[in-house]
Design a protein around this ligand. Structure first.
Ligand SMILES: Nc1nc2c(c(=O)[nH]1)N[C@H]1C(S)=C(S)[C@@H](COP(=O)(O)O)O[C@H]1N2
Ligand SMILES: [Mo]
Length: 169
């Protein structure tokens, strides 16, 4: 038996973890639920191939081809950020969560007020081939990051919007 790499019994697939729908929810005006088919109807962006490398270990994982997908900013604009108090939208943070519980964040400034946002996409194709569930569809990818792996979220389930308030701290 390989003690370093014990095999783990695969969890029973459930309807939730087989879904490929993407949900944009939280403090938005119009929450969205979009199938991959619906994601394809938006303007798409194609990004350059890149090396997947882990931030924590610096481990080179593999080369990834040209992703195609929809910009996260476009979907956020469609959902509409709330601005109950002046400037609220500028304090919005975005948590992107996978079906397996893996989660990463973005800030409003990062997405809308730096160039990072231009290459944050929800990918459904790689090298002109549809991504499968096994490949990780839909995959969130942040193309301007120094290390690609952390914000390369396979099997993205949802992005939740939350406005941070100074009085919370
Ligand atoms: N859904 C999901 N995506 C994820 C992770 C994860 O645990 N779950 N880990 C991230 C990290 S930290 C790394 S290093 C890479 C690992 O990529 P691999 O699982 O394709 O080898 O996936 C990234 N994307
Ligand atoms: Mo990692």
């Amino acid at each position: 038996m390989d003690l370093m790499h014990p095999t783990v019994e695969a969890a029973e697939p459930t309807r939730a973890n087989l879904s490929t729908d993407f949900v944009l929810s939280g403090q938005v005006l119009r929450p969205l639920t979009l199938s991959v088919e619906q994601l394809r109807r938006y303007d798409s962006v194609r990004v350059e191939p890149f090396d997947l490398r882990c931030f924590t270990t610096n481990r080179y994982i593999r080369k990834v081809g040209c992703y195609r997908g929809v910009r996260l900013t476009e979907l956020i604009e469609e959902a509409g950020l709330r601005n109950d108090a002046p400037g609220d939208f500028k304090r919005a943070v975005f948590m992107a969560m996978s079906h397996d519980g893996y989660a990463v964040t973005f800030s409003w400034h990062e997405l809308f007020n730096t160039h990072v946002g231009e290459s944050v996409l929800i990918a459904y194709e790689c090298d002109d081939q549809p991504l499968s569930i096994e490949d990780g569809v839909p995959t969130l990818y942040s193309g301007a990051d120094i290390m690609a792996a952390p914000r390369h979220v396979k099997r993205l389930a949802r992005v939740v919007v939350q406005v941070l308030k100074p009085e919370l701290f």
